[in-house]
Structures are given as structure tokens and as C-alpha cells.
Design a protein around this ligand. Structure first.
Ligand SMILES: [Zn+2]
Length: 404
């Protein structure tokens, strides 16, 4: 392997390309060997990113992260723009010019993580068995590093980027993307397609469908009374809520891909008081956009069993589903063709979780998700990436930037 590498000319356009974008005309194996030589540098970059803690709810920490990333992208020739956000970190946009005056490709990612400050002390970055462990390495600091290495590789192969690229890194993906969502959608509208650097699904698959996600809170107001002296005067919010929950549970329809999970309940004050208040928080998932209205209507038409109790429903669908539209399928087909050039049978997957890809696909922009690192344990103590997968996934990303 190493010996073969030595024979590959490492000069610019060392793989014999000159802007061609058909998978068959490019020496993909030579490209892969070049990226393979950068593997240690990629790991080091990901480790650096993961060692800057950036929980979504800590603006100062997230700003530190984006201010660390910005000059690295600027060094590659990107034009930096920070979108100020009050509550969350500033969102980071980087525009790269390209040789062809085509629409840019949007590379979408996030630099926030679910891990509070101090996690690193308990969960330090470390290498083990060809895997890099650490908070956020998979979801999705490896994805950000892959963007940088793919852009760099394309510049080496072509002399400059063959087409414009917009990178958008958001600060609040893990908490609903409230500060970044409108910008993500506006950038997607100007783009030829969107590649989302979220982690791969199982067996390294890219994600061609994601469920839509919503969150509701049902609040019950009853009438309090003394449980001992005046039991008949009270109308228990807890009892009312308990009767509502089976109705909500029946909204689950596995076959249609609809789920409604009453995940958190609260209510009451003391055992000797008939409860005046109780609430339930419900996570809902839908497979198709058309299901959103029906499910929303069902939840809004819940009626109290006890007429003295009052129900109030808040919330809604935050991320519409990413459906496998013709545009999404066409991107997957391109990706599969590129992967086939290095004898990689790239699979696709439909997943239950949402990402910012839901926003871009939801407005009809071809989107391919799960383009980032491959590993396991996102949001968990064993979060890690498989180092050996980095070069080929970066190759795929570079190939997709050329051909979207
Ligand atoms: Zn993520």
C-alpha cells in the first residue's frame, strides 16, 4: 500500500483531472490514496475541535468555537460572515468562490454539542482501536473537519474550487435551530443542493429520509380542594391528565410512521390537595409532511372528560420530514456512483431523528444527509468515530461537491 503510494505523482492535478466531473474520468483510487495520507492530520483536527467544548446553551463557549473555526476556513480562501445571535452562539457562514459560475453547493453542519462544559474531564478525547473518542467527535465535529479537507483536496486537484461552495455552521442544531433555521433555508434556496455533514447511519449509510419532529405540551387546569375536608369540590387535573394519555397514546401508528410519546409528566402540589394543575410533554414524529396537519388537529381537538377541567395545548411540528423526493434520490444515485469507483457499496437509510436537512429538503432543495463521520454513540459516553472511514467519506464529499 505504502509502496504504491510512492509512485503516485503528488503534484497538482496529480490524479489527472482537469475539472471533469464524471466519476468514470477520474482516478478515484489515486485521490483516495492522497486523502489517506492526510488521515492523521484529519484526526488531529477533529481532536482540536472536540477539545473546545461548545454546548448549545452556552453562547460564550459556542462563540469561542466558531471564532476558532473561522480563520481555518479563511485560510482556505473562504469569505467569513458571522450571523449574530443573542441567545445562542453566532452562526458562521463561509463562502468560497469557484471556477464555474454555477449555483453553490451548501455544506451544512453544526458546531454545538449536547455536552455541558466539564464533560471533557470525564470523557477525554483519546484513541483506541482505530477509533477517536470524545464529546462531539461524531456529532458532528468530524463533519466540519471533513468539509475543510474536502475543500483543500479539490483545490489541490483542480488548482481552485471547480464551483462555488457555501459552508454554513450553526450554533443551535441540538436545541431546535431557532436562531439559524431561517438562514439555513435562505442559503439552501440559493444552492444547487445541500450536503449535510451529520453522522452516517449504520454501516456508513447516507440518510435519504428523516422523520419530522414536533413537541407539544398539554396543560390541564383543574380545581383544587382539600383532599380530606372537601374531596367532592375538587376536580383533579392529575386524574384528567391520566385519562387523556391513553387517547394520545392511541395516536401512534407504527405502520404509517407516526409516533406520539408522552415523555414527561408533571402535576400536583401535595398529597392532601386535589391537584389543580398537571402537564404532559409529548414528542411526535411523522414520516410525511401531509401527516402533520392531521396529527396536529387530533391533538388540538382533545376534549376534557371532566367538564370542570380545562385543556391547553402548546407546541407544534418543528422540523418537517425530509422525504425521499426525486431530488434526494438523484443525489444518492450520484453518491453511490462515486462510491462505486472505490468499490464501496454505499447504502442509504431512513431515520427517525431530525436534522437541519429536514428544513432544506422540506422546501424542495435536493438534500443528502449523513455525509459526515462514521461511528457510534452520538450524544453518549462512548461517542467515537472510525478513523479508517475518514478518507473515503471525505473523498465522497469532495466528489459530491464537484457533481451536485
Ligand atoms: Zn448533529
Amino acid at each position: 500500500m505504502r509502496r504504491a503510494e510512492m509512485t503516485i505523482p503528488m503534484s497538482r492535478k496529480g490524479d489527472g483531472t482537469s475539472g471533469a466531473s464524471q466519476p468514470g474520468e477520474i482516478n478515484w483510487q489515486a485521490r483516495l490514496r492522497e486523502l489517506d495520507a492526510s488521515r492523521d492530520a484529519m484526526v488531529e483536527t477533529i481532536r482540536q475541535f472536540a477539545e473546545i467544548e461548545s454546548p448549545s446553551d452556552d453562547k460564550a463557549a459556542c462563540d469561542r468555537m466558531s471564532e476558532f473555526l473561522a480563520p481555518k476556513f479563511a485560510a482556505l480562501g473562504g469569505k467569513i460572515r458571522f450571523h449574530q445571535a443573542d441567545r445562542y452562539g453566532n452562526n458562521l457562514q463561509i463562502d468560497f468562490p469557484g471556477r464555474e459560475p454555477t449555483k453553490p453547493v451548501l455544506l451544512l453542519g453544526h458546531f454545538d454539542t449536547v455536552y455541558p462544559i466539564g464533560t471533557l474531564a470525564k470523557m477525554p478525547c483519546h484513541l483506541s482501536n482505530g477509533q477517536l473518542y470524545g464529546p462531539g467527535v461524531l456529532d458532528m465535529k468530524s463533519g466540519i473537519a471533513m468539509m475543510m479537507f474536502a475543500i483543500k483536496a479539490l483545490q489541490t486537484w483542480h488548482g481552485e474550487l471547480p464551483r462555488p461552495v457555501t459552508v454554513f455552521l450553526v450554533s443551535d442544531e441540538e436545541v431546535g435551530s431557532y436562531s439559524s433555521r431561517a438562514i439555513t433555508m435562505a442559503l439552501a434556496k440559493q444552492s444547487a443542493g445541500v450536503l449535510v455533514l451529520e453522522p452516517a447511519a449504520g454501516r456508513g449509510a447516507v440518510k435519504t429520509a428523516r422523520k419530522g419532529v414536533g413537541e407539544y405540551t398539554l396543560q390541564v387546569k383543574g380545581i383544587a380542594s382539600h383532599a380530606g375536608l372537601d374531596p367532592g369540590k375538587g376536580h383533579s387535573a392529575i386524574v384528567e391528565l391520566a385519562r387523556q394519555i391513553p387517547t394520545i397514546w392511541r395516536m401512534n401508528d407504527r405502520r404509517q410512521g407516526i409516533s406520539a410519546n408522552p415523555g414527561v409528566i408533571r402535576g400536583g402540589t401535595r398529597t392532601n390537595v386535589v391537584a389543580a394543575e398537571a402537564t404532559v410533554e409529548i414528542d411526535v414524529r411523522i414520516k410525511k409532511a401531509a401527516q402533520a396537519k392531521t396529527l396536529d388537529r387530533k391533538l388540538r381537538s382533545l376534549e376534557p372528560f371532566d367538564k370542570h377541567c380545562k385543556l391547553t395545548l402548546e407546541g407544534g411540528i418543528n422540523r418537517m420530514p425530509m422525504e425521499r423526493t426525486a431530488g434526494v434520490a438523484a443525489l444518492y444515485k450520484k453518491a453511490r456512483a462515486i462510491a462505486a469507483q472505490i468499490d464501496w457499496k454505499l447504502e442509504e437509510a431512513a431515520v427517525g431523528g431530525g436534522s437541519d436537512g429536514n428544513f432544506t429538503a422540506g422546501i424542495g432543495i435536493p438534500t443528502l444527509d449523513g455525509m459526515g463521520g462514521d461511528g457510534e454513540g452520538a450524544h453518549a459516553v462512548h461517542e467515537h468515530i472510525v478513523i479508517a472511514e475518514l478518507p473515503k467519506r471525505t473523498l465522497l464529499l469532495a466528489g459530491m461537491i464537484e457533481s451536485v
